[in-house]
Ligand binder design. Structure first.
Ligand SMILES: [Zn+2]
Length: 193
């Protein structure tokens, strides 16, 4: 709980900047309103408070930048980007499409060996293709990091655009879980019939 609160606070480096500008502005406005002078209140606050305030903002800003950098590196290191290390021996076969977080995801499983006559699919490894597809025209989506935190998904072929808190690599892992369960249900039904 504390961890998620802390993560939220440092997830976006715009927050410390906003607080750093907002708080002095409010003090000035209230000062102007009550005393007729913008700086009366600010002058009455001991200098040590301003120094501590500035230090907190600086540390906050630094923590946000480090946290974002770390998140980016973690993402680049995640196996979602280096999936090529284990292409199945006989390639993939597409088993369906799933619509999730608006996008269209192609779902694939390892193709069976050519001599195999088994009808059943290997559902141990279910993968969702990245990039996912545009829900309007099925073109591959382009992802960029947003200045305000999170990501922007954009279709290069049409006007589709969506903001997302998570990268599509992370969403792909979720789609894979859903798809895996769907395929398991199918095989369960088949074996029952
Ligand atoms: Zn499109």
């Amino acid at each position: 709980m504390l961890k998620t609160v802390l993560e939220k606070i440092i997830d976006n480096f715009v927050f410390p900047l906003v607080v750093g500008i907002f708080l002095p502005t409010i003090i000035s406005v209230v000062s102007k309103f009550n005393t007729g002078n913008w700086f009366n209140y600010a002058k009455n606050i001991p200098r040590i408070y301003w120094i501590v305030f500035a230090a907190i903002i600086c540390i906050w800003l630094l923590a946000s930048i480090i946290y974002r950098r770390k998140k980016l590196v973690d993402e680049l290191n995640s196996d979602s980007l280096i999936g090529f290390y284990a292409v199945p021996a006989y390639g993939w076969i597409k088993v369906g499409e799933i619509q999730y977080v608006e996008l269209v995801w192609n779902i694939k499983v390892p193709a069976p060996p050519p001599w195999s006559d088994s009808e059943s699919l290997n559902t141990n490894r279910v993968e969702a293709d990245t990039p996912p597809r545009c829900p309007k025209c099925k073109t591959e989506i382009e992802q960029s990091s947003s200045f305000w935190g999170g990501y922007i998904w954009r279709c290069v072929a049409c006007d589709y655009r969506k903001k997302s808190k998570e990268s599509y690599y992370k969403e792909a892992k979720r789609v894979e879980k859903i798809a895996k369960r769907e395929l398991e249900k199918q095989t369960e039904n088949e074996s029952r019939n």
